[in-house]
Design a protein around this ligand. Structure first.
Ligand SMILES: Nc1ncnc2c1ncn2[C@@H]1O[C@H](COP(=O)(O)OP(=O)(O)OP(=O)(O)O)[C@@H](O)[C@H]1O
Length: 316
């Protein structure tokens, strides 16, 4: 069974804003799915629908086999949610907040204390556990919000920008923790973000949305081959001979396939890494002095911008 199934989902707010249009996707258990898109793309709306806070205007949703609009309590018992505005209590300490939420889920006080200690340690909040939440920084609040979302050991985690207020080190720790939860405990993660670099570090799969529409869905490898199949061959050389266009993947033959992008650094586009040995051999045979060879694959960010450019051109 899929952990999350979204079928032809659409949502139009009462003021007429069409926030989501005909979204279809499914997540298998243990997948970390990056739900990526710019401001206003429809990410938060999707998380609210998946948690039963909003009801769809069209299509259907299923989380762990349940309809969020019909069985929100059952879904909340098995899912954790981290949003920017997580509800926690300012006049309680960090640890008291966790113990309170554990009691809501019916976890015994001793088990709750053990779980809270482990989460506070893992999220680097042990020193702040007895301080009132009102004294927490944004980043500390955000980490406590993740601890709160994990206290009942959910099967599915919905994360809306979980690292937006965190410094780079905390963000990396949180990301490692999310990946570990998926790999070791089989937790399914639905991660909404526009931080594409972090997403690339932890997601096994990506859904790119814009203006409420799903533009692409797949692993990084699948998206690369569909959207940006070229990779860049970068060579650092002391001397670089002219390499004529027989390896040019484009339509036109060029006199030299390499461009010098900075002193001693040369780049060309290739379709597959199988082309590299022949190119390197040719450079060496022509007296080139190669210091390093790098095959640079398009990043998630490159794919994202290529895709949004394609969309812009299509809508002109
Ligand atoms: N309560 C609401 N009433 C009317 N329109 C709304 C409401 N909430 C969101 N919208 C609109 O729906 C669209 C999608 O918003 P949503 O918050 O889901 O986007 P998002 O991808 O989460 O954006 P961000 O990255 O800025 O958080 C936007 O056009 C937004 O203005």
């Amino acid at each position: 069974m899929n952990a999350v199934t979204i079928t032809h989902l659409s949502k139009t707010y009462p003021n007429g804003t069409a926030a989501l249009q005909d979204i279809t996707l499914a997540l298998r258990p243990g997948e970390v799915c990056g739900f990526l898109g710019p401001n206003g793309a429809g990410k938060t709306t999707t998380v609210k629908l998946l948690n039963g806070i909003l009801t769809p205007s069209g299509g259907s949703l299923s989380v762990l086999g349940m309809d969020p609009a019909r069985e929100p309590e059952k879904i909340h018992a098995r899912c954790g949610v981290v949003t920017e505005h997580a509800q926690m209590y300012d006049n309680l300490t960090g640890k008291e907040n966790l113990l309170f939420y554990a009691s809501v889920f019916g976890i015994s006080p001793s088990e709750a204390a053990d779980r809270a200690d482990a989460l506070l340690w893992e999220l680097d909040l042990l020193n702040a556990q007895d301080k009132k939440l009102s004294s927490y920084s944004t980043g500390m609040r955000q980490r406590l919000s993740l601890a709160r979302a994990l206290i009942h050991r959910p099967d599915v985690l919905f994360l809306d920008e979980p690292t937006s207020g965190l410094d780079p080190e905390s963000a990396r720790n949180v990301n490692l923790m999310i990946r570990r939860l998926a790999e070791e405990s089989g937790v399914t993660v639905f991660l909404c973000t526009h931080q594409l670099r972090y997403a690339q570090e932890i997601c096994s799969r990506y859904c790119l949305i814009e203006k409420g529409m799903l533009l692409a869905d797949g692993t990084l490898k699948e998206l690369r081959s569909r959207i940006l199949p070229d990779t860049v061959l970068r060579i650092r050389a002391g001397h670089m001979p002219v390499i004529a266009g027989q390896y040019d993947p484009g339509q036109h033959s060029r006199e030299n396939i390499f461009q010098e992008i900075s002193p001693g650094h040369y780049e060309t586009h290739i379709r597959s890494e199988e082309e590299i040995p022949a190119i390197v051999r040719q450079i060496a045979e022509k007296g080139g002095l190669i210091y390093s060879v790098e095959n640079i694959q398009p990043s998630l960010e490159d794919i994202y911008f290529a895709l949004t450019d394609i969309q812009k051109e299509a809508s002109l």
